[in-house]
Design a binder for this molecule. Structure first.
Ligand code: NAD
Length: 507
């Protein structure tokens, strides 16, 4: 698709290397998912520009890593202020690039990214990078120090572009590292803005660099010998490739990957809350959330009440003009992704033969004036699903809920339910809805997932470490533990008695 440059919403996006905008000859386009028109030309990185970005990071590292944490903190807090001042401008860019409604991007995406930057800026100013000291004997003690890793790669997915960029760069820069960041090729527009905000806040040139492009650019970055760590967010299959490439260079990795998370409604749950939770867990961001609870386990005893209330509430899922304050459901990010989701819906109807409760194939009814060319899919609910159905096993990453009814009259129902909930190769998130708080904790303790919720779904504040179990990832982002992924440890034993022991002493 081509469009004269002048008609595009945004200027051409150069790379950002060593504090400078950096143009390349090859470009690609980013598309507005709400109307399928190009938004901007994006400069594509090549081997030379990736190398230049890593070198810029290497040059900046000695000084940035030696900058006292208090001073780094002050600089990063200035960036937080700029992000918050420019919230709506940045949210508008995210809405154009992702198709997510402005009601979401203006209240979640930039906000939660800035929160994490604020959290780490405050953490490093209050001893977050301190080590431990242990007195071993009166004349011997041991201490540990935390050292930054060097130049790190951040590779992002398209569902929360600026949030992902901040969740990676905040602890990375706070710990004294430099970053070369590559956003998803589907949502590249936030990256230059963020780089310029960092610069304006006082982050020195070369500390945060941006390269653009698809998987080939990501692969070159991951395998570059100057990269000390790769922090990756994306699909399990891509994560496996990235982790194996990083392993050959013994690089540190953080892997934030996909999921097929169970949302467990227990028989005593408040149906109203359970329905709200299940809707949050499936239709927020048009279902493009890694932690979605797409397998909704509902006891047969409350299934009719649950489905009835769910159907009543589906009228509140409102597709429309993505900038309209009443719209809370947007198109999917790209044509290829909408085709993938439609294929899963077709599979659910034709092959899995699940009962279609709501939605289905095709586009939703759109209000007058909204372009029908957007990458829309209908919010869809299947019920009477079984564990072996493809739609209940694979990550769809779209607005497709699978209800899996279960019998709860036998006393052993809970162990069978937990076994089913854990019967997946992934383990990103899980949640339980019940009024019995003891039972909630007993269930949570047995769920194989890195992120769990009780009587809620989806909130992921800066203080909360998040990361998957099993194939859903390695390591965590956010919280105190999130900082540990960006430093290496050094242990030092000090002997003040003037001897290294008597093993080789003269007899
Ligand atoms: P993807 O794996 O297709 O792409 C992610 C990124 O990897 C992109 O920037 C892409 O260009 C890059 N890439 C592709 N091949 C590469 C390679 N060989 N080497 C290096 N980089 C490469 O994922 P996506 O479709 O953009 O994102 C959706 C996925 O992300 C879903 O599975 C979702 O669950 C997951 N996700 C996980 C989290 C989390 O925190 N666990 C958060 C958001 C999204």
């Amino acid at each position: 698709m081509s469009s004269p440059q002048g008609q595009m919403k945004y200027e051409q996006q150069p790379l950002f290397i060593g504090g400078q905008r950096h143009k390349t000859t090859n470009t690609f386009q980013t598309i507005d998912p709400a109307c399928n028109t190009p938004l901007a030309d994006i400069c594509q990185a090549d081997k030379a520009s990736i190398h230049a970005a890593v070198e810029a990071g290497k040059n900046a590292f000695p000084s940035w890593s030696a900058t006292p944490p208090m001073e780094r903190s002050r600089i990063l807090l200035r960036a937080v202020k700029l992000l918050r001042e420019r919230n709506d401008e940045l949210a508008t860019i995210e809405t154009h690039d992702t198709g997510k409604p402005f009601t979401e991007t203006s209240t979640v995406d930039v906000v939660t990214g800035a929160d994490v930057l604020e959290y780490y800026a405050n953490l490093i100013a209050s001893g977050g990078l301190n080590g431990e000291t242990t007195q071993l004997r009166p004349d011997a003690w041991m201490y540990t120090t935390k050292a930054p890793l060097g130049v790190c790669a951040g590779i992002g997915a398209w569902n929360y572009p600026i949030q992902i960029a901040l969740w990676k760069s905040a602890p990375c820069l706070a710990a004294g590292n430099c970053m070369v960041y590559k956003p998803s090729e589907f949502t590249p527009l936030h990256a230059l803005k963020l780089a310029e905000i960092y610069m304006k806040a006082g982050v020195p040139p070369g500390v945060f660099n941006v390269v653009q492009g698809a998987g080939d650019v990501g692969a070159l970055l991951t395998s570059h010998p100057g990269i000390a760590k790769v922090s990756f967010t994306g699909q399990v299959s891509t994560g496996a490739k990235v982790a194996s490439s990083a392993a050959s260079g013994m690089k540190y990795v953080t892997m934030e990957l996909g999921g097929k998370s169970p949302c467990i409604i227990l028989p005593d749950a408040n149906v109203e809350d359970a329905v709200d939770g299940a809707m949050m867990a499936n239709f927020f961001s048009t279902g493009q959330v890694c932690t979605n609870g797409t397998r909704v386990f509902v006891p047969e005893s409350i299934l009719p009440a649950f489905e009835k209330r769910l159907l009543e509430k589906m009228v509140h899922v409102r597709p429309g003009d993505v900038m309209d304050p009443s719209t809370n459901f947007g198109p999917l990010v790209s044509e290829v992704h909408s085709q993938k989701v439609q294929k899963y819906i077709a599979h659910g109807i034709e092959i899995d033969k699940a009962k279609l409760l709501y939605g289905g194939l095709g586009k939703p009814t759109l209000p007058p004036g909204v372009s029908p060319n957007g990458f829309w899919v209908r919010p869809t609910i299947f019920t009477n699903c079984t564990d072996t159905m493809l739609i209940a096993r694979e990550e769809i990453f779209g607005p497709v809920m699978c209800i899996l009814p279960y019998p709860a009259h036998h006393p052993s129902y809970l162990s069978s339910l937990i076994r089913r909930a854990n019967d997946t190769s992934m383990g990103l998130a899980a949640g339980v809805f019940t009024r019995d708080i003891d039972l909630a904790h007993k269930v949570v303790a047995q769920l194989q997932a890195g992120i769990t919720w009780v009587n809620t779904w989806g909130e992921s504040p800066a203080e909360m470490p998040v990361g998957g179990w099993k194939m859903s990832g390695l390591g965590v982002e956010n919280g105190r533990r999130g900082l540990e992924g960006w430093v290496r440890n050094k242990s030092t034993l000090v002997e003040m008695g003037g001897t290294v022991g008597t093993v080789f002493a003269k007899l």
